[in-house]
Each structure stands twice: as C-alpha cells, then as structure tokens.
Design a protein around this ligand. Structure first.
Ligand code: TMP
Ligand code: ASP
Length: 235
C-alpha cells in the first residue's frame, strides 16, 4: 500500500517507488465555500482526472511546463514531485463568482481586459485575496517566480480560451497552482470543472462546479458534457 502523503478536499497524494514522482488520486468528494458545503459528485474523480490529463497534454503542446506525467487509471495520475507555492492564481475573462460580488459587476459582464488575481493558499484563513506586495512581504514566492506564474497564467488563458471556443465553451475564469520542480516554476494541481467556470457558448448553461455550489442540479452530467466535448469520449 503506497504511503498517503497528503489528503486535500478533492485529491489524495501518494508516494511512489520513484522519489521524484507522486501518485494523485481524484476523489468524488466536493466542497464549496471553504469546506462549509460538502457533498459527493458521482464519477467526479474519474472525470476530473481525464479532463485534467487532456488539458495538461494540450498545454504541453503549447510550451507550458507542468507536473503531469501519465494517467495510471481512471482516477489516478502520475505527476512530478512539486514544492507547491502557496499562491493560487485566478484568471478572469468574464465577471462571475467572488469578483462579481466584490466589485458589484453583474455576472456575465465581459471584462475589458483579462484580470489576474492572487490568493494566499491557506484554508484556515479562507484563501484571502493578496497582491504581489503581500507575496513579497510574506515570502511566498520570489519576484522572478511571480513573473513566471503571471506569464504562464496568461498564456494558459490564451490556449484554453481558443481551444474551448471551438468546442462551444466560454472560459469564464479559472484557478491555477504552481510549484517548484528542480527550482523551476511549473504548473501543478488540476484543470477541471472544479477549478474553472465553463459556460455553454450558445445557451449560457453552466458546465462546472457552480452547479454544485448553487444547487442547480445535473452536476455529474455537466462534467461529463465537458469531457465529451473535449475528447469526444462518450461517458
Ligand atoms: P471565485 O469567483 O469563487 O473567486 O472563483 C474563481 C475561480 O477559481 C473559479 O473558476 C473557481 C476557482 N476556484 C477554485 O478552484 N478553488 C476555490 O477554492 C475557489 C474559491 C475558486
Ligand atoms: N474548493 C473550495 C472549498 O471547499 C471552494 C470552491 O471551490 O468553491 O473550499
């Protein structure tokens, strides 16, 4: 039995025989509002594993370094060992969620320019919004590492937005986590309907975790629809 190194809200991380690699297991557990709302989304682990693997491969083709090595099973992926930077990077194209609330913008308002936000990855504090001055003062990352995260985040936005448009999906916003591998900043975590907002380009229907957060129903169906549009894989 592989050693469990860390258990988060949606994933477990296991050691492997190779000290430079971890095994990630995707769970069906879902939480929202910093763990206040808890539930299960049937098949989510499998769907997020497959969707993330798809996006990591797409990003590799576009020159973005990331931790994904290979899919091991429906719910498991092998990744490079990372020292995660305690900064969550959010990229926004259209106002929704906490931005709409904080600024008073109506949900769905197209932003004149892309907005990039940083949050302190700390569950006890509820992942507070921070800026580059906080990151420097708190020693969360160096200026060069922050510059890399910003460069990659904007490039990832370009790649994903274009790709998803062709699949009739609007990329509203998404969250990224980066880590250090041999001292280099690379993309970690996952890219899935848990960490992105996807809206159907034609109907505006939400195809992401907001269906769970806001009790909209058909949660599993929405995640399946995303995988199906990306890969053509019937699930
Ligand atoms: P927000 O509007 O709630 O700040 O969320 C922005 C984006 O970040 C959205 O695509 C969902 C994602 N996100 C996470 O991946 N994890 C989180 O804990 C939160 C709050 C948001
Ligand atoms: N994953 C987050 C949590 O439970 C929140 C969210 O995705 O809305 O804390």
């Amino acid at each position: 039995m592989a050693k469990l190194l860390y258990e988060g809200k949606a994933k477990q991380i296991f050691a492997t025989d190779n000290e430079n690699e971890y095994l990630v297991y995707f769970k069906d557990d879902a939480t929202a509002f910093n763990g206040e709302k808890k539930g299960t989304i049937q098949s989510k682990g499998m769907l997020n594993n497959k969707i993330s693997a798809f996006f990591f491969n797409l990003l590799a083709e576009n020159g973005i370094p990331h931790h994904f090595i290979s899919m091991v099973s429906d719910r498991e992926m092998l990744v490079k060992k990372l020292e995660i930077l305690k900064v969550e990077v959010v990229v926004r194209n259209i106002a929704a969620g906490s931005l709409a609330k904080r600024i008073g913008w109506e949900e769905g308002t197209k932003l004149p320019t892309t907005i990039l936000e940083m949050y302190y990855k700390n569950d006890e504090l509820g992942d507070p919004l921070i800026n580059n001055y906080h990151i420097k003062a708190m020693g969360l990352a160096t200026e060069a590492q922050v510059a890399k995260m910003e460069e990659y985040a904007l490039k990832i936005n370009e790649v994903l937005t274009g790709y998803l448009k062709a699949k009739k999906i609007e990329l509203i916003d998404f969250k990224l986590e980066f880590g250090l591998n041999n001292g280099e900043v690379i993309l970690g975590d996952e890219i899935s309907p848990d960490t992105c907002r996807f809206w159907d380009s034609v109907t505006g229907e939400k195809l992401d975790k907001d269906r769970f957060r806001c009790d909209l129903g058909n949660v599993e169906e929405a995640y399946k629809e995303v995988l199906q549009r990306l890969t053509g894989e019937a699930v």
